[in-house]
Design a protein around this ligand. Structure first.
Ligand SMILES: [Ca+2]
Length: 461
């Protein structure tokens, strides 16, 4: 491989002295479908996540972290390739990374080939079978998955949409727990090389079935429902409304898999409090096992030279805009939890309010590992914000759901533009719930004109 002179100089001065064991280890913790319902972020006032909060006390937690796409596969492919969905052409769950971007060099691939890392993954990292991408991993752990039916409310008819409820099962039998057991065993071993371990949680993805004790932590009679506005959807353009009421797999810009009106079903069967309780319980369950992982790292020889990166792959609605699940471009569908802690260059116990994106994780990991920056990545390293969370930052975040549907988020505004020209604009200084779409108001045409410049310039089919 040809290198530029600059790369060779960087290699000689900065990289070679760091080779081998001197590089820090990385513990990556992807959490599926986790919005901001964690204690210290306050996405829900009753979230109980003492362990994710304890991680935040050791590092920097981002109060405005956004996904690249509000769906598992495009979000993860984008994060791991460092390329926005508009550049991968992966928009839905049906498209394969190695078909759409066969030459992509994933973060893990780069750490293996350029950083001398031992790279292992387990549980849910990529979406589905893409987890086994052989170029990305030295080893992949996939525990056996058992189905555990949750207890449904007694009055519910069989056909009611209600994939939630407590389970009575030994926790050690659960997929995520078995996967954490594996990661803990890895942290207990001697490692010749610096390691990157991704321990990916499949919950709180539906179904929201967690052991009963986590439901008991969130008594249903006390559950607070999200704040909503009854006629919130009246000012949405065509695609906003479509995304609110239907479930879309937007592979190749096609739309299918109509699931009906989730919110109507929830109200009809009086399931809203139960659903909120179940999501809170499933998050608390995950948090407990994040805590086991953190304990194991703290007790290991790697406690002082390992960075921890915990992230959710997108947000999740529980009735806001009378919408459920993800699959849309609003604040609640796209905002997620991102916490980074580490031995050096990371502030302790600070919240960072700058808008950042999961696209930034690839370059961030390269920088904290002391590796040369890879060219062609769509994100930028967050290292300046890790050191100083108040550091100046003026980088609009881009999000994409389906072909040519994008959102741009700055510290104040969210601008959404759909492929038919439909638009939404929300002013977060005045309207944190995104209740009032300002896009049709001529007073804001200059704001829209400015935000439009930050839309992705390419739209790969
Ligand atoms: Ca509205």
């Amino acid at each position: 491989m040809m290198r530029t002179i600059r790369e060779v100089i960087i290699l000689l001065i900065f990289v070679l002295p760091l080779c081998g064991k001197d590089r820090p280890n990385i513990l990556f913790i992807p959490v599926d479908d986790l919005n901001t319902w964690v204690g210290h972020l306050g996405g829900h006032p009753q979230a109980l996540t003492p362990n994710i909060d304890r991680l935040a006390k050791r590092g920097v937690s981002f109060t405005q972290a956004y996904c690249n796409a509000p769906l598992c596969n495009p979000s993860r492919v984008s994060l791991f390739t460092g390329l926005l969905p508009s550049n991968t052409g992966v928009y839905g769950n049906g498209e394969m990374m190695r078909v759409k971007v066969p030459d992509a060099v994933t973060l893990m691939q780069y750490l293996r080939s350029e950083g001398g890392y031992s790279v292992q993954g387990g549980g849910k990292t990529f979406h589905g079978s893409a987890s086994y991408d052989p170029k990305s991993w030295d080893f992949y752990n996939m525990p056996r998955r058992e189905r555990h039916a949750g207890e449904r409310d007694a009055h519910l008819p069989d056909d009611a949409w209600a994939p939630w409820g407590p389970i009575d099962v030994d926790e050690s039998e659960l997929f995520d727990v078995k996967n954490v057991d594996w990661a803990i065993s890895e942290l207990g071993k001697d490692h010749e090389k610096p390691f990157f371990i991704a321990c990916g949680f499949t919950k709180p993805h539906m179904p929201w079935n967690a052991p009963r004790k986590y439901f008991d932590m969130h008594p249903i009679e006390d559950v607070i429902l999200p704040t909503t506005l009854d006629n919130d959807r009246e000012d949405l353009p065509y695609w906003g409304e479509k995304f609110a009421i239907e479930v879309h797999d937007v592979s190749g810009a096609r739309n299918f898999a109509r699931h009906g009106e989730d919110h109507e079903m929830v109200l009809k069967h009086k399931q809203w409090p139960r659903a909120v309780q179940s999501y809170l319980a499933t998050i608390s369950y995950i948090d407990t096992h994040v805590g086991r992982l953190l304990d194991a790292l703290e007790e290991s020889p790697y406690a002082d030279n390992t960075y921890i990166v915990l992230w959710g792959d997108h947000g999740w609605h529980l009735g806001e805009k009378q919408h459920w699940r993800k699959h849309a471009l609003w604040e609640v569908t796209t905002q997620t939890t991102l916490v980074i802690a580490g031995p050096e260059g990371v502030a302790k116990g600070e919240l960072c309010d700058r808008p950042v994106s999961l696209i930034d994780l690839y370059p961030t990991v390269l920088e904290i590992s002391g590796l040369p920056m890879r060219e062609g990545l769509d994100g930028v390293s967050l290292a300046p914000l890790l050191e100083d969370p108040g550091h100046e930052w003026n980088r609009p975040v881009q999000m994409t759901f389906g072909y040519e549907n994008h959102a741009v988020r700055t510290d104040r505004w969210r601008y959404i533009r759909y492929n038919d020209g439909g638009e939404e604009l929300y002013d977060h200084n005045e309207d944190p719930n995104e209740w009032t779409n300002l896009a049709g108001n001529p007073e804001y045409s200059s704001v829209i004109k400015r935000l439009k410049q930050s839309l992705p310039k390419t739209n790969r089919k």
